[in-house]
Design a binder for this molecule. Structure first.
Ligand SMILES: N#[N+]C[C@@H]1[C@@H](O)[C@H](O)[C@@H](O)[C@@H]2O[C@H]12
Length: 440
């Protein structure tokens, strides 16, 4: 059985994805302000290899050849993010024109190369000055985010037709304010739930503002969703899976598509639940034009903790390779919610790539992509309106708390000389998206 480009609708989009802090570098250039990740990386022990995003892939300077590289892959679209601290160094007030100029050049460069820009407004690089005032725990940050969205839309409006407000609000709240593995690195569930609420409020306020500025553009949000399976059919395992599904998936899907929090999880959170003001759910459940889904793996839940099926293979992140979970997830959200067109906005895998004779034979990543593109096609065949697939990531980059120790790219980056080298997976993807009938 082969997966072919023609297995998808003609208007199906294939793309690649990155984010500002992970690739740009130039953290002190052209008026950019500090983000919470610049601060976090300076705190000893936060990043596994002690690095940060100050240089990364030097994309801020190498963007023309990186756009040439993307174009050479034959993809339709490029998903990228705008760094809020480049646009408003203090997160509010004065606009840094050099920051806007950079993204204007970048977007024009995409359009000149026939690449459709898919813009994400917030991929975790919150201006530090806002964090100094409480960050997402402070409700005011939601309104500052809507003001930032206005600035970007007013400058790029006519040229960018797809805007995602947030990337993975679960990571920006739970992972960052409760678990503490991401910036700002707090461990306070009540703060995390307040942050999650204000992120979703900011999403809604930004959508409201942008509807007037970029009429006809496609506005949406990107969620990292993870299907939760019970380790067995024992009641306690089934309950564990439902709780995991509730805290990870429904806690974000329900406010967006139902205008409420899931009652079972709200009750479980007790006094840590966020303060919800009148009108908040009207904002969070603003009609949107697409849902972005970032899928990497599933969870297998038991009453005493997660289970790692021994028969599965695992990526360098320790995540189970489980493509069926993508199909199951898409079919489920299509059944349980009234969703707009869905994009797989991120899917990919980290493996310990080795450069051998100027080549990277990343066979495991090729198989990962093949299986998950197939799983996406399976969901389409089952009636899910999937409009596109973006591979994570275009190139190796700063992998947050793992620093540069994890390589997710289909293009290898030699950080010593910033050389880009297509891995076998890039060549496979190129054959798929350019209809050369890549085989599975
Ligand atoms: N970890 N990991 C890989 C990848 C990360 O590099 C992206 O920035 C996130 O949007 C999402 O977590 C997925």
């Amino acid at each position: 059985m082969t997966i072919k480009r023609t297995d998808f609708p003609d208007n199906f989009i294939f793309g690649v994805a990155t984010s500002s802090y992970q690739i740009e570098g130039a953290t002190n250039e052209d008026g950019r302000g500090d983000s919470i990740w610049d601060t976090f990386c300076r705190e000893p022990g936060r990043i596994q290899d002690g690095t940060g995003g100050d240089v990364a892939c030097d994309h801020y300077h190498l963007w023309p050849q990186d756009l040439d590289l993307i174009q050479s892959l034959g993809v339709d679209a490029y998903r990228f993010s705008v760094a809020w601290p480049r646009i408003q160094p203090d997160g509010k007030g004065p606009v840094n024109q050099k920051g806007l100029d950079f993204y204007e050049r970048l977007v024009d460069g995409m359009l000149e190369r026939g690449l459709q820009p898919y813009l994400t407004l917030y991929h975790w690089d919150l201006p530090q000055t806002l964090q100094d005032e409480g960050g997402w725990v402070n409700r005011e940050t939601a309104y500052r985010f809507a003001e930032y969205a206005r600035v970007v839309a007013e400058r790029l409006g006519g040229r960018v037709r797809s805007y995602a407000t947030l990337n993975e609000p679960w990571c920006s709240s739970i992972l960052s304010y409760q678990i503490g593995e991401h910036a700002p690195g707090l461990q306070d569930r009540r703060a995390a739930l307040a942050a999650a609420h204000h992120l979703l409020l900011g999403h809604g306020e930004a959508v409201k503002v942008m509807r007037d500025i970029v009429p006809g553009s496609s506005l949406g949000i990107v969620l990292n969703l993870q299907p939760a399976y019970p380790a067995s059919d024992r009641e306690e395992d089934v309950a564990a899976a439902r709780f995991a599904d509730g805290t990870f998936n429904r806690w974000f899907l329900d406010p967006i598509f139902r205008g409420e929090y899931p009652a079972d999880i709200w009750d479980a959170y007790g006094e840590d639940v966020p303060t919800v003001q009148d009108g908040d759910f009207a904002a969070t459940s603003q009609p949107i034009d697409f849902l972005g889904v970032n899928y990497y793996s599933r969870s297998v839940n038991g009453a005493t903790g997660n289970v790692r099926p021994s028969e599965s293979s695992y990526t360098h992140m320790g995540w189970e390779v489980y493509p069926q979970g993508l199909t199951d997830l898409l079919v489920r959200i299509n059944h349980d919610y009234t969703v707009p067109p869905v994009y797989i906005t991120e899917n990919g895998a980290a493996y310990p790539d080795e450069l051998e004779g100027g080549r990277v034979h990343d066979a495991q990543r090729v198989e990962y992509f093949k299986a998950h593109v197939q799983a996406t096609s399976d969901a389409v065949q089952q009636g899910v309106n999937v409009a596109g697939y973006f591979a994570w990531s275009l190139m190796d980059n700063f992998e947050w708390a793992f620093g540069y120790s994890r390589r997710f790219g289909m293009v290898y980056v030699d950080y010593g000389n910033q050389q880009r080298i297509l891995k076998d997976s890039a060549k496979w993807y190129q054959t798929l998206v350019t209809r050369q009938d890549a085989g599975v």
